[in-house]
Design a protein around this ligand. Structure first.
Ligand code: EPZ
Length: 436
């Protein structure tokens, strides 16, 4: 186990190349199950979650090789169809193998992912997808067992509130779901006939998966909209596909520039992927300059102005950037508020930021009121989940003195070479063994 030590106060200067997106690469790896031909993915980030997905897919018999950021996957000899608890419980996105396994092979046995630090993380909408497409579902010993002997059949799916209640799901509680939309796409591309998906998630990573499936021969229309139509085809062929850039990584480094009053140019990223975040930063007084594939971030003023933000599904303010923005707002001139509507428990960073001198109060159950302070003070803090860890790093970059972030394995799940990228821009940051 490692820790990260930061001596705050350095203004970041320089440029950072944004890596391929974790939340696109994971489903793109899973969709390689849908063909016996090689799928070549470019710009795959080097992350713990990617390695976990690789283990899950190799467990089924998929061949995976990696050359730098290019990954080649081939599912021409899938010999078993069970995603084991010890892997799925460490990474919820392993559940994204359900759709392609049932869609191509008519069977799957996938462990329920269980919750995580930020919430229950149910999968009822995923079960709804395969059930409505004709699979039999059983829940045995914490595993979802799916059978579709005659293959799946197209259906009309909706992630909006409905009236269907079964032992596995109650559609009256439904809202758009990124993962369930991905499983629906991957389950339906080889189904017999037409599938329509209403209230589909429109996050850029969903669009990326749909575009990759089309490049493999799938027939999908409405891509990028909440209404998708998939015409099932006999089989899919291989492809070479570049993973979309990571909008959450980009937002994190944009906030790093702002909180250190430095200037960073982020390359290999299109501004429209994180436009809402950039608009919020602009309203706080951050200076954002965009070009075709880059974003330059510096401050117009300091301290920044407070903001009021509520997280929403795309294109609203992303829940995955909420903790990072809150770190920035601890130093704004006035009172900000951050309301979290996607997860039930995504404020674990609040007590840790408070240890650094931040003034944050939790109101009702999902709103944090942040009263800006003049400065933060470095302290030992504990990472609890991926994005909370990023928030603590950002606070440490601006704090007076030394901040030590413990349990940084959380960071390794979603940030490729974060310490190296920040060091290259002047941050006084290093990674040490926990007992050092
Ligand atoms: C994806 O998770 C991302 N993960 C998350 O990023 C992101 O926070 C989330 O989308 C929302 O944008 C990956 O892509 C690997 P959801 P996902 O299904 O698909 C509830 C990060 O930091 N829900 O849109 O799991 C769910 O509990 C991670 O990179 C059900 O109740 O998100 C949550 O409250 C964290 N039943 C809400 O919906 C279901 O069947 C949104 O979940 C599915 C979801």
């Amino acid at each position: 186990m490692d820790k990260i030590e930061i001596v705050g106060g350095q203004k970041l200067q320089g440029s950072i190349r944004i890596s391929g997106a974790k939340n696109a690469a994971l489903p793109l790896m899973a969709c390689a199950l849908l063909t016996a031909e090689p799928v070549v993915l470019q710009d795959v980030p080097e992350l713990a979650d990617i390695r976990t997905m690789q283990k899950v897919l190799e467990h089924f018999g998929m061949k995976i090789t990696r050359n730098g950021t290019t990954m080649t996957l081939q599912a021409d000899n899938i010999t078993q169809f069970e995603a084991p608890y010890e892997l799925v419980s460490t990474m919820r996105a392993s559940f994204w193998v359900l759709g392609p396994l049932v869609g191509r092979f008519g069977q799957a046995r996938v462990s329920m992912p269980g919750g995580c630090a930020i919430g229950v993380r149910a999968v009822d909408r995923h079960l709804y997808v395969v059930h409505q497409l004709g699979a039999n579902i059983d829940m045995v010993g914490g595993y979802v067992e799916c059978q579709a002997k005659d293959g799946l059949k197209g259906a009309h799916l909706s992630f909006g509130p409905g009236t269907l209640v079964t032992p596995f799901y109650d559609t009256s509680t439904f809202k758009p779901s990124v993962g369930a939309t991905m499983n629906a796409l991957m389950a339906s591309v080889l189904a017999k006939g037409r599938t329509a998906i209403d209230y589909a998630a429109i996050e850029p990573e969903v669009t990326d998966l749909a575009n990759c499936l089309v490049s493999m021969g799938a027939k999908i229309s409405g891509i990028g909209t909440p209404h998708l139509v998939i015409e099932g085809v006999e089989r899919l062929h291989g492809t070479t596909y570049a993973v979309i850039s990571d909008r959450v990584e980009a937002a994190t480094y944009a906030i790093a520039a702002a909180i250190t009053q430095g200037q960073l140019t982020l390359t290999n990223i299109k501004a429209e992927l994180l436009q809402n975040v950039l608009d919020v930063l602009t309203s706080a007084g951050v200076n954002i300059q965009t070009a075709q594939d880059s974003i330059t971030v510096s401050n117009n003023i300091w301290p920044l102005k407070p903001v009021r933000v509520t997280t929403k599904e795309y294109p609203g303010f992303p829940t995955d950037d909420q903790a990072q923005l809150m770190a920035l707002m601890t130093l704004a001139a006035g009172e900000s508020s951050v309301t979290e509507t996607i997860y039930e428990n995504r404020f674990m960073h609040v007590p840790e930021l408070a240890r650094m001198g931040a003034h944050i109060q939790l109101k009702d159950k999902n709103t944090a009121v942040v009263k800006g302070v003049d400065h933060l003070i470095g302290a030992p803090v504990m990472a609890s989940d991926l994005r909370a860890s990023a928030a603590l790093i950002l606070a440490g970059l601006a704090a007076q003195g030394t901040t030590t972030v413990h349990r940084v394995y959380h960071l390794d799940r979603g940030y490729d070479n974060l310490v190296g990228k920040l060091q290259a821009c002047g941050a006084n940051i290093k990674r040490l063994p926990e007992n050092n």
